[in-house]
Design a protein around this ligand. Structure first.
Ligand SMILES: Cc1ncc(COP(=O)(O)O)c(C=O)c1O
Length: 433
């Protein structure tokens, strides 16, 4: 059983992804290589948007969190599938404009929007700013006033949920660089301030409690805290929110031990909670938005590398070094993230040796995954694949050691096409004066 249903082996043991031979793709496009299964992306979009529409009604919506994988073709696919967009920088806005996305359905996030960001977002017609703090609120009011316009905003609220202990807690995540906490009174204070800004229209509230969340209660508890906050805001100010944006965070499977969650059923449970609490509190049902990133693209991705060296340190371990590394996938170096690693060629019954899969960067922490089983015969020129790399890999890639970023090759209906070309040495010096 492979970690995802778009991975398989052909009759000669060669790895396939989205119905295409990994070996042939590596020969055609070179390595390191990002593969993206377009059909899986579309399937993920449809499943989440379908559930939101089913359980929240037509007013409900899904925003693709572009930070998970942002390039023009990807944003265009999300838009074609009817998703709005979560953007966090002028670069992501520019990409969205190039992709032809509907900027009126774009939500601009971030805890430190510069004056340039604000101006660029307003120029591009971004529908909503998600305001993180007071400094930003007044900077926005100022810019909207200068333009003689009224800008729609949401406030980013910290509900005090710790997604790792799965309990509502009064401290901990309150101490975060994002948002204003309910517990400290900052959220109510910001609401009152926003309501007093004549050039801002407060449309509602946003929260995002974390990522890789596998427990449904985290989503339902978060929703309950947010509705409770909205009801208390209405009691104190008379203001009723029109939008509740609950962020992203659905967990995806990287390794066999990860749970397989049924996202539509999580959405159903969250909707039931919200509808019940709004009914009980006689609160008009807000338009509910979700912002999935990882769960749209993670399992649509696979990275392919060529082995450059296999080194056995007697009595210690085996290292298999590949032609990419933390430059195209920094997630192990950053968070110790787990991944499933596969050899492109596997002969049934072949002996396996555990090894650390490492990159080619001048940095000891340049590890893709520790202690993975790979064929004992693994040697220079063999191909290895890292599964589930569609999210936060290409978008987090760097040019450390002046390594060019790999291309992104899309796969659909057994065909392939390049969506992002390989970065060349010339590209790497293009900005040098
Ligand atoms: C505000 C916001 N929304 C959505 C997301 C997407 O989260 P995920 O990729 O876990 O679905 C993030 C991720 O950091 C975020 O910060």
């Amino acid at each position: 059983m492979f970690i995802c249903d778009n991975i398989d082996r052909d009759s000669s043991g060669g790895l396939t992804f989205a119905g295409c031979s990994v070996k042939s793709l590596a020969a055609r496009f070179g390595t390191p290589l990002y593969l993206m299964d377009e059909d899986k992306i579309r399937q993920n979009c449809r499943s989440i948007l379908g559930a939101v529409k089913k359980y929240f009604g037509d007013a409900g919506g899904v925003l693709y969190a572009g930070k998970a994988a942002s390039f023009t073709r990807m944003i265009a696919i999300a838009a074609e599938e009817g998703l709005g967009l979560d953007v966090v920088s002028s670069g992501e806005i520019y990409t969205a404009l190039k992709a032809g996305a509907d900027m009126g359905n774009a939500f601009f996030h971030g805890n430190c929007k510069t004056d340039r960001d604000i101006a660029c977002a307003m120029d591009s017609g971004v529908g909503y700013f998600v305001v993180d703090c007071e400094d930003e609120l007044y900077a926005l009011e100022e810019e909207a006033k200068r333009r003689d316009t009224v800008q729609k905003i949401l406030l980013r609220i910290t509900p005090g949920i710790d997604p790792h202990t799965f309990k509502a807690v009064a401290t901990g995540v309150v101490d975060s660089k994002f948002g204003c906490a309910i517990q400290t009174g900052a959220a109510l204070d910001m609401t009152e301030k926003a309501l007093s800004c004549p050039h801002l229209s407060l449309e509602g509230f946003h929260c995002h409690v974390g990522s890789q969340i596998f427990l449904r209660e985290v989503f339902t508890d978060t929703a309950a805290i947010m509705i409770g906050f909205m009801i208390s805001v209405r009691e104190k100010t008379g203001y009723a929110a029109r939008i509740l944006d609950l962020g992203g965070g659905f967990g995806v499977r990287y390794v066999q031990d990860d749970p397989d969650i049924d996202i539509p059923s999580f959405i159903e449970a969250t909707a039931q909670k919200i509808i019940t609490l709004c009914d009980d509190g006689n609160y008009p049902l807000p338009r509910v938005m979700l912002e999935p990133g990882r769960s749209i693209v993670a399992d649509a991705g696979m990275s392919v590398y060529t082995v450059g060296a296999v080194k056995d340190i007697e009595g210690y371990r085996r290292y298999a070094a590949v032609d990419g590394g933390m430059t195209d996938n920094p997630r192990y170096a950053l968070y110790g993230s787990a991944y499933t690693v596969l050899a492109e060629k596997e002969i049934p019954g072949e002996q396996m040796t555990r090894c650390d899969l490492v990159g080619r960067c001048c940095e000891s922490g340049d590890i893709i995954q520790k202690d993975v089983p790979l064929p004992s015969s693994l040697k220079r020129w063999d191909l290895v694949a890292v599964c589930t790399t569609g999210a936060y890999n290409y978008s987090m890639a760097s040019n450390y050691n002046r390594l060019g970023r790999p291309p992104v090759v899309m796969l659909t209906g057994g065909e392939s096409y390049e969506a992002v070309r390989r970065e060349t040495d010339e590209d790497l010096t293009a900005l040098d004066l």
